[in-house]
Design a protein around this ligand. Structure first.
Ligand code: MIG
Length: 825
């Protein structure tokens, strides 16, 4: 609560604005001003403008045109400990708020707000002419866009990664969660709303988060090349300006504000196989058996809507699935988990317990007259009993608790994760394809209409699911996948960008879309491999699988009518290439898990655009056909049909091709020849990467060697994290983290491994340490102990030994928790 310290009653008159284009009335000045805790407030008869420091490096601007400020409530922003302090400096016509990382300057007449960082670099600034403006219930602000500003983020959006869109003349994006079957790269909006963007200005960054759930829009240099504007059709103009100076600092601060993804279970980072739908039970069992028989690794099989009786949530079609517990239990013995879809649209059917309970509890969204709303979705197409659906009101805490508890029946059958679909919400009413905007929502005690609740419906659906799973199984990490969500939804669910198409342009689009999600706080994302609508060619499926080898969420999925879309569905040649891609995913899993744990802690995406690590290199600013995975890997998937070459830009100093360990100079483009089975992967000079032998699923990992590969470079460092992969014990210190440091210089070659932090110990296993590009070694010492040299073929059988294999030095040692110092001469 802001504390009014003293009122400075100003005699400046509120100047009513000259009419502007579109009827917008620009804010001029307000007659009253006072300082408040960490900021200042201006007001007139109805208008209020408040600017305050809310977190380290984060200022908040709040403006309401009519009847003052409403309740201070956010679905996205977490409560922040009010630690930083702002110094308030008043001078003629200007108020300044100064803090360690960000300064605000508010000009009084007309009221315009601008920001600086601690180093004096200008950040976000109102356009001097237009600034904040209102028309009817709509609010908007126009910001100055500088010639060299690059703009990113906005969550799940189509188009290029860099939203400045030089060649296209800028972008205009709408935030309104929409079910957009078979969308293309010009479709907007789609399923997700994240009103957050990041501006990169000559290598330095700042961010803006617009905390408004109404339909909103962003214009990035399209209306005018030197303006960026955003606003909403209702609610307050309530936004946060987030200082850098690096883009990583902005994302760290943004995710401190809106939260970070929970630690995923390790199995969720394996390969997932889905389609609409695997049924009956024998079909799902056949899919499972085929993966194991063909030795194609996989962890998770998905049940789409047809497992249910008449598309009713929390039911099973007992003719097709007579014994779900037996089926799921048997699959578990084969190393599979099962995820089931649960759509939040129970049919209006008295006698169906979910309807009866929800009706009795007043849990469903109502019409303005208080009656229960119903509308057609899947249950209206049920094979037998066709009915309209009712919709849980997830804006009510008690409804979230109730719905979250219903997952008990699925967990009791052994279901491992939940897939929330259709939660834009998608309702088959033309032309809106959602609920009427005047429907009523509880809104945590301050009832509102669907126009305000629409964009958070999906996020609150997943909050109900996530919190329900947590309550039901407190020591198990929940796994939830969602189609719709909002800023902050990363706290509850992984996201996939819905119904893409089985064509090359959709594969190409998937990279910038997923990268944009990562920049917007959502690191756990992945698109339907092979495309959802239509059937991919064998080549497209293989290329898509390769492009997704480092996709945080890696799932093949397709629509009802398409051809078979399993890794073996495209002939023997593709089957063996596809197997190798999935095997490689599993070989890389220690590294992938490590980077996803870092994303959980830092908020920074593992799958990230080049500019995130190289913001000062202009060549990276618009690259969106390749990506970094963490800081040490650069992935350049082949995205073009019939390609024989792939152009790859490598930033920074130097990189090595992962497989041939060939050196490539940085700050250059390279033309790399490719075959059908090529996925160009580069490792940063000095990089240390963590891998394992091929496993068929994550359950086979315990006891497997940990392979540590050291790439050439004078120095290199890495941190490596592991835990049990499943429970919450890591949060109580049961994890293992250790630092690796390699050095290659005139004094010799060394690897130091610090004693582990944390109390988790892996099952007994060996380390296999591989020094790449290293020859002429005559002696290897582990501390004081000289290791025996063996033939490279014998390396996997020995207890502690080393071998020279071509230009690689291989070392095998039992894993231990204490510090290790290897010296090679
Ligand atoms: O109206 O559950 O995006 O992945 O297979 C279509 C059936 C409903 C849309 C999802 C898709 C899923 C399909 N669903």
């Amino acid at each position: 609560m802001p504390v009014v310290r003293h009122a400075l009653l100003c005699s400046i008159l509120a100047v009513s604005a000259a009419a502007q284009a579109g009827g917008w009335r620009s804010l001029q000045s307000l007659p009253q001003r006072s300082t408040i805790d960490q900021g200042a407030i201006w007001w007139g008869e109805q208008d209020r403008l408040q600017v305050s420091l809310v977190d380290d490096g984060v200022m908040r601007v709040r403006y309401a045109a009519q009847s003052g400020f409403g309740r201070d409530h956010s679905w996205a922003v977490l409560p922040v400990a009010q630690s930083p302090t702002a110094e308030i400096v008043e001078s003629e016509g200007v108020t300044e708020l100064r803090s360690a990382a960000i300064h605000a300057r508010i000009q009084h007449a007309p009221l315009r707000v601008s920001f600086w960082d601690a180093g004096g670099q200008a950040l976000d600034a109102d356009d001097p002419e237009r600034g904040i403006a209102v028309v009817g219930n709509a609010v908007r602000v126009w910001k100055a866009l500088q010639a060299n500003d690059q703009v990113y983020g906005f969550g799940q959006k189509n188009g290029r990664l860099n939203k400045r869109g030089w060649s296209q003349g800028g972008y205009h994006y709408t935030m309104w969660n929409s079910d957009t079957f078979a969308y293309d790269s010009s479709t907007d909006p789609t399923y997700v709303s994240v009103p957050f963007y990041l501006v990169l200005r000559e290598g330095r960054a700042f961010g803006v988060y617009f905390d408004n759930t109404h339909r909103s829009s962003f214009d990035i240099g399209r209306e005018s090349p030197d303006l960026l504007s955003f606003g909403a059709t209702g609610g307050e103009l309530d936004y946060y300006v987030i200082a850098g100076p690096t883009p990583k600092d902005v994302i760290a601060r943004y995710t401190h504000l809106t939260g970070r993804m929970p630690m995923p279970p390790r199995w969720a980072l394996g390969f997932h196989q889905s389609r609409w739908s695997y049924h009956p039970a024998s079909k799902l069992q056949w899919i499972a058996d085929t993966f194991r028989q063909k030795r194609i690794p996989a962890d998770t099989l998905w049940l789409d809507i047809d497992y249910q009786q008449d598309f009713k949530p929390f039911t099973w079609d007992r003719l097709q699935f007579p014994d779900p517990a037996g089926l799921i239990g048997g699959l578990r013995e084969q190393g599979f988990r099962v995820v089931t879809i649960v759509d939040a649209h129970p049919p209006l059917q008295p006698g169906y317990p979910v309807y009866d309970e929800g009706h009795a509890g007043g849990h469903f969204v109502t019409r303005p007259d208080g009656s229960e709303f119903s509308g057609p979705v899947w249950p209206s197409q049920a094979p037998q009993d066709k009915r309209d659906s009712v919709f849980p009101d997830f804006t009510s805490a008690s409804t979230r608790d109730w719905w979250g508890g219903l997952y008990a029946s699925l967990l009791d059958l052994g279901v491992a994760g939940i897939w929330n679909d259709m939660n834009e919400p998608s309702v088959w009413i033309k032309p809106s394809w959602t609920m009427p905007l005047d429907l009523r929502h509880d809104n945590e005690g301050q009832p509102t209409d669907h126009a305000e609740a629409h964009n958070v419906y999906g996020m609150l659906n997943t909050r109900s699911t996530f919190e329900g799973l947590q309550r039901l199984r407190p020591d198990t990490r929940p796994f939830v996948l969602t189609r719709a969500t909002f800023a902050g939804g990363q706290r509850y669910a992984a996201v996939w960008p819905g119904d893409n198409t089985a064509d090359w342009s959709a594969l190409r689009q998937s990279i910038p879309t997923l990268l944009g999600m990562g920049l917007s706080g959502f690191p756990f994302v992945g698109a339907d491999i092979g495309g959802f609508a239509g059937s991919p060619s064998p080549e497209l499926f293989t290329r898509w699988l390769q492009a997704a080898q480092f996709s945080p969420f890696m799932r093949a999925h397709t629509e009802q009518q398409s051809a078979d879309q399993e890794p073996w569905s495209y002939g023997v040649r593709h089957e063996s290439i596809n197997r190798r891609v999935i095997e490689a995913r599993y070989q890389w899993l220690p590294q992938i898990y490590n980077e996803m744990e870092a994303a959980h802690r830092s908020g920074l995406p593992a799958m990230r655009p080049l500019f995130l690590d190289y913001p000062n290199d202009p060549e990276t600013w618009s690259r969106d056909d390749s990506y970094l995975f963490g800081s040490d890997l650069l992935i350049a998937p082949v995205l073009v049909e019939g390609a024989t070459h792939r152009e790859v830009y490598l930033p920074g100093a130097a990189w090595y091709s992962f497989d041939s360990v060939q050196r490539f100079e940085g700050e250059q483009s390279h033309r790399v020849p490719v075959e059908l089975d090529s996925l160009p992967i580069f490792v940063r000079e000095g990089g240390i990467v963590f891998r394992q032998p091929v496993v068929q699923h994550t359950g086979e990992m315990p006891g497997k060697d940990l392979i540590v590969q050291l790439y050439p470079g004078a120095v290199g460092e890495a941190s490596f994290y592991e835990d049990d992969g499943e429970t919450m014990a890591f949060a109580r210190g049961v994890f293992a983290r250790r630092a690796f440091r390699q050095q290659r210089d005139a004094d010799g070659v060394q690897l130091g491994i610090d004693a582990q932090q944390g109390r988790w110990r892996p099952a007994a296993r060996h380390w296999r340490i591989e020094w790449l590009g290293l020859q002429g070694i005559g002696e290897v010492r582990d501390g004081d102990r000289r290791l025996a040299q063996v033939d490279p073929d014998a390396i996997d059988e020995c207890e502690r030994c080393w071998a020279q294999a071509g230009d690689r030095v291989l070392i095998r040692l039992p894993d231990r928790a204490t510090a290790v110092n290897l010296r090679l001469r």
